[in-house]
Design a protein around this ligand. Structure first.
Ligand SMILES: [Zn+2]
Length: 411
């Protein structure tokens, strides 16, 4: 009779290219704990990743229960990240270090990203995806992003400044496949008609401090008007209400099998990327052994993988960085070294923005650099030490990156 293996991870440790110690030393931040994010969190916990940071501000709804296996009926109305943390720890891996955040990613302390080894993007909305992409490029940090839409799933790997980011204009993959990520940049002039709709959505958010309600004809009209203002200005065909719903308010259909395949692919690419990124921490001898295995087995992380549940095809593609990309391109604001401004810790937000506006003679200030919005809208935000902002002018679209540092730690 065989003796019992001593390690819970015995079966995976038997694999040729595997180093459990690298995985155990890794920290992954998962944004969005829904259909795919919940699965990714469960997979990574079972694989023995050392630390997970779960971020989701949504609450659990009845219609989530058919595919989000971390949640049950008694959890309805509770926060997804918090429940997932409890369930994963008790059910799958009690030694896992795990943190849960119930807030918009834009207000997470930046340090959480800085301390992570990789970002897993599992969100279903454009604004969050854009923020994640920009954060990955700025740090830089590897990002493995996923999206699903009905019978289709895709996983994109962003290795900043080496391959395409989510905002790069890459040549489209072949006809029969679909790229699901929305265009990712709203900075500057809208380049397509869809950008006008996305910009309008963002403006709606800024003006009303909430998402538009897809069931409110009033909200949809407001959104259409905002988009048409931009479409007219930039000479794109105008939108009717139906176009707007289709462009930005469309709730995608979702299938548990597609979620499972997509999150499986995403989890695997996360593990491989961790191997690649952490290989340098190994002893020289082990490093060389790993490198030769990587070559022999043609171990690689594809830029884009697309799964079609209709045909059963899984295809992978190369995506090239666009040197003119507004996020990762050579002249992008995210490539600039930020100007650090020291400010008295007791200053009010309004004062800080007035200082910035005067210093840069800029009309628009973006909070944490994610968007360019009128500074008045930011007055009620609370700044934290080390926050990143952008200052931009309405007339020339030129932007400057700024980091706010408080002179002494806020009490
Ligand atoms: Zn890019």
């Amino acid at each position: 009779m065989n003796s019992h293996p001593t390690s819970k991870f015995d079966r995976q440790e038997r694999l040729t290219i595997w180093d459990q110690s690298l995985i155990e030393k890794s920290s992954v931040i998962i944004i969005g704990i829904g259909g795919t994010g919940g699965e990714v969190a469960k997979n990574l916990a079972l694989l023995g990743v050392g630390k997970l940071i779960l971020v989701d501000m949504d609450t659990i709804e009845y219609s989530n229960l058919n595919r989000q296996l971390l949640f049950s009926k008694t959890d309805i109305g509770k926060n997804k990240a918090k429940v997932a943390k409890k369930v994963i720890k008790s059910r799958y891996n009690s030694s896992l270090e795990i943190e849960a955040y119930n807030e918009p990613i834009q207000s997470l302390p930046f340090k959480i990203f800085e301390d992570s080894d990789i970002i897993a993007g599992c969100v279903d909305n454009f604004l969050a995806r854009q923020y994640i992409n920009e954060t990955a490029v700025e740090l830089p940090l590897s990002l493995i992003d996923s999206a699903t839409d009905g019978y289709f799933g895709q996983v994109q790997s962003v290795n900043p400044s080496n391959n395409a980011c989510l905002a790069c204009d890459s040549p489209p993959p072949p006809e029969e496949t679909r790229v699901l990520s929305a265009p990712c940049t709203l900075v500057g002039t809208p380049r397509t008609r869809d950008h006008c709709a996305w910009k309008a959505l963002y403006e709606f958010h800024t003006l009303n401090d909430r998402e538009p309600d897809e069931n409110s004809s009033d909200d949809i009209q407001k959104l259409t008007d905002l988009a048409n203002k931009l479409a007219a200005k930039h000479q794109f065909p105008i939108f009717d209400n139906k176009d707007i719903i289709q462009s930005v308010l469309y709730r995608v259909p979702s299938l548990i099998t597609v979620n499972a395949v997509t999150s499986g692919i995403q989890s695997q690419e996360i593990i491989k990327t961790l191997f690649f990124n952490k290989m340098k921490d190994l002893k020289k001898k082990d490093q060389n052994r790993m490198k030769s295995l990587v070559q022999t087995y043609r171990f690689r992380v594809p830029d884009l993988t697309i799964y079609s549940a209709l045909t059963g095809n899984i295809s992978s593609f190369e995506l090239f960085r666009d040197p003119d990309c507004m996020v990762c391109g050579d002249t992008s604001i995210f490539q600039q070294t930020p100007v650090t401004i020291n400010i008295n810790p007791n200053s009010k937000c309004r004062t800080i923005f007035t200082v910035l506006k005067r210093k840069f003679k800029k009309n628009y200030i973006g909070f944490r650099g994610n968007f360019i919005i009128p500074n008045e809208a930011l007055v009620k935000n609370v700044l934290q030490d080390g926050d990143r902002l952008t200052a931009s002018s309405l007339t020339d679209d030129e932007e400057k990156r700024v980091i706010i540092r408080f002179k002494t730690k806020k009490g």
